[in-house]
Design a protein around this ligand. Sequence first.
Ligand code: SF4
Ligand code: SF4
Length: 271
Amino acid sequence: MLIDTNKCVACANCVPVCPMGAIYVDTTINRARINQDECVECGTCFRGMSQEHLNPTMVRTVRKLARLFRFRFEPEPDVCPTAAFVMNDLEMPRLVRQVFSDPVVEHKSTGIKGRGTEEVKTNDVNPRVDVGEVGYTIEFGRPGVGVRFRDIQEMTMSLADIGVQFEEKNPISHLMTDKSSGTLRDDILNEKILSGIVEIKTRLDQVERVLTTVEDVNRQIDTVTAVGISTRCDSEGEETHLAELLEELGYGAERAKTNMGLGRLTNMEAA
Ligand code: SF4
Ligand code: SF4
């Protein structure tokens, strides 16, 4: 994202809009600027504010005159008065920021807008995680912290070390050059995104190891993580192992949901 300095009138309305705190007013030139290293190309500033098309010279003159007479001329708080934001065309590796951060941009590897896959939300009709297996979503960067791929790689490499299976259709798996070691593409490691989700699965007996690994890596990386965990009910519609194990390990079920399988019957044993 860029700000057209010919148009910007330094009203600072956009500064609080940026979830990464990447926009600031540069007082040496009296224009707003974007810290390109911190900007995740989410598009919030571009789409989240109304764009007026006032003449920048006119607005600057009125603002200066207003200051002389000790009153202020400010646009409405949710408006960029001169439509100064410019959404520029991005190429790899920077493009990866937009793909993971802008909710209206489709991820080419999955065809889905957003950071995860449909599989994780539709396991009831798509038995990716089967009975006796455990699926995990490890989410980075939310709320409002962001994450660099370098930190995600710390996690994926540590998880690969303990033998987890990465979900093929996940956008982060798609960026791996070697799934057996959890290595990501070298050129994206310094890119920052709003948030990302790693999806893995293991057998039930590996749950403790996975959660310990996530906690250990989480202490070493410069972001925040949240773990979602799921399994599939047996042919009786029961789940008797995972919830008990999590409780033993000291994890309470803070939020939970049950998918009812109303879309397509795949658990033929239960039929
Ligand atoms: S809202 Fe628009 S005019 Fe105001 S500081 Fe931001 S970019 Fe500049
Ligand atoms: S695109 Fe997103 S991260 Fe970049 S400046 Fe705009 S709001 Fe901030």
